[in-house]
Design a protein around this ligand. Structure first.
Ligand SMILES: Cc1cc2nc3c(=O)[nH]c(=O)nc-3n(C[C@H](O)[C@H](O)[C@H](O)COP(=O)(O)OP(=O)(O)OC[C@H]3O[C@@H](n4cnc5c(N)ncnc54)[C@H](O)[C@@H]3O)c2cc1C
Length: 453
């Protein structure tokens, strides 16, 4: 059983398949995790530190028998198969560009030794690529995708195998890893399940009304657990149905289910269009629209450090640095600010996010950036530009969120915190606005019009 982004024992169909195959052969199961240098070098300190914590939890759940090996999976997996005398390697299918290439390569290498890569299930309720429109093409628009996804449905969660005959095989020790730059949440399958049950009990009934409020803990914070597969979305969907049956408000359940559908939609888009990882699906402004040179560096650095002079943007960027997570509403606002106010390409922002997010996930990150930038399939129209002041006033009406992350503004009362430049005595250590939003908005709209013309 080769674990990748499914670091759990419950509701893991690939693990069930491995255990059943072993039972038929009267054999043991090797639980393997490969610390892949290609991913290790790209993941960012927070995601790596979290991964190591999650692997420690998985190792414990596997009675200390999880085999960790470091290296290139094309070499490591066939080597472990030879050592164990195995004939099958069980995995959940990968759908991201790198994972698909890697798995095809490993499958070929295993084939040379007479062994097989067996793919069962994926990280999604409905595997990317499965749903097609009536004319047989991939979905480009979210709502019809979600309707087809709901109609298609998903199987019940897979049962957790009772006893797993883990094989004893030598492995490498887990490395210490980098020091995280953020305070990380608790990792592992048990922490994921606890967090989820707490949310269903205490948070679900407020979700629809509260999910856009970064000043409150109104969302589930499940993205990191989903990222590492410490829980499967199918388990969550089954629990949502049960909660609704037990009286949870249907609006809240439907909205939460719809957010999970967004996750599946983005994975489906990237499955069909792997190039969307780095390239805009649609070109929306002329090439000369982008800020370049010294100004680009200066503006980008101020954005990344949370020093743009727009408090709602700065609070979000500092939350990201401090916790490795940012509220969804604020992710949209800071992304819009980078692309449409500072005219910096979405790819640079996406890269910064991937370096810091603990839930950083290539399909969700890149496609959400494209959604905000207006360059994706079913994206927000380019001319919808978030106003960083009114967004703050609407979704952080008392300024609580801003004051939590921007201590320089800690003494500014109420919503006045969203426009410190209007104060009689603006705090000296907080920067003036880097750009004038009204002006940059017009520039972005002109660029968009030029592209249309
Ligand atoms: C620019 C940008 C970058 C993003 N990058 C990532 C990323 O790298 N990884 C990631 O998991 N999410 C990403 N998101 C989506 C979203 O912001 C996070 O999933 C969400 O904030 C996680 O918090 P939560 O679990 O409390 O969400 P909840 O509101 O509790 O939502 C429940 C679950 O639904 C899914 N979900 C919610 N919103 C979205 C969305 N817009 N797109 C896709 N799935 C969603 C997530 O799996 C989430 O855990 C990004 C959004 C933006 C605008």
């Amino acid at each position: 059983m080769w674990f990748r982004r499914d670091l759990r024992l419950a509701d893991n169909p690939a693990l069930v398949a491995a255990v059943e195959a072993a039972r038929d052969d009267d054999a043991d199961v090797v639980g393997l995790y490969v610390l892949d240098d290609a991913l290790w070098s790209r993941a960012g300190a927070n995601r790596l530190a979290y991964l190591l914590d999650s692997l420690r939890a998985l190792e414990e759940a596997c009675d200390g028998r999880l085999v960790i090996r470091r290296g290139d999976p094309h070499d490591v997996v066939p080597a472990v198969v030879r050592e164990a005398g195995a004939r099958e390697v069980h995995v959940a299918a990968s759908h991201e560009p790198y994972g698909r290439r890697r798995d095809d390569g490993v499958e070929e290498a295993l084939g040379r030794d007479g062994a097989a890569l067996v793919r069962t299930g994926s990280a999604y309720a409905v595997s990317p690529g499965r749903l097609l429109t009536g004319s047989g093409t991939p979905y480009r628009v979210f709502t019809p995708f979600r309707n087809a996804w709901l109609d298609h449905g998903w199987p019940s969660p897979a049962r957790r195998p009772h006893e797993i005959p883990w094989a004893a095989l030598d492995g490498d020790d887990l490395p210490d890893g980098p020091e995280p730059t953020a305070h990380l949440p608790r990792a592992g399958e048990e922490a994921a399940r606890r967090r989820w049950h707490d949310f269903v009990r205490d948070g679900l009934a407020e979700y629809d009304a509260g999910r856009d409020r970064p000043d409150r803990a109104g969302t589930s914070a499940m993205s990191v657990h989903l990222r590492w597969g410490e829980i499967h979305p199918r388990t969550m969907l089954a629990d949502l149905a049960a909660a609704q049956h037990d009286g949870a408000p249907s609006d809240d359940v439907a909205t939460f289910r719809s957010e999970l559908a967004w996750r599946e939609f983005h994975a489906d888009v990237l499955h069909h269009r792997p190039a969307a990882r780095t390239r805009s699906v649609r070109v929306v402004v002329p090439e000369d629209s982008w800020t370049t040179g010294e100004q680009e560096s200066r503006w980008f650095d101020a954005w990344a450090a949370g020093r743009t002079g727009y408090p709602f943007v700065d609070a979000g960027m500092r939350q990201l640095l401090a916790t490795g997570w940012m509220h969804n509403r604020v992710r949209m606002v800071v992304a819009s600010f980078l692309v449409k106010d500072l005219h910096v390409r979405w790819q640079r922002g996406a890269e910064h996010f991937m370096a810091h997010l603990v839930d950083g996930d290539v399909s969700q990150n890149q496609l959400n950036w494209q959604w905000v930038a207006g360059s994706g399939f079913d994206a927000a129209p380019y001319f919808r530009i978030f106003n960083p002041v009114t967004q703050g006033e609407k979704f952080d009406p008392d300024g609580v969120y801003v004051r939590r992350w921007v201590p320089e503004l800690g003494d500014v009362p109420g919503r006045a915190v969203h426009q410190p430049w209007k104060l009689d005595a603006p705090p000296a250590d907080y920067p003036e606005p880097l750009v004038d939003h009204a002006h940059e908005r017009r520039v972005a709209l002109d660029d968009f019009q030029r592209a249309k013309d």
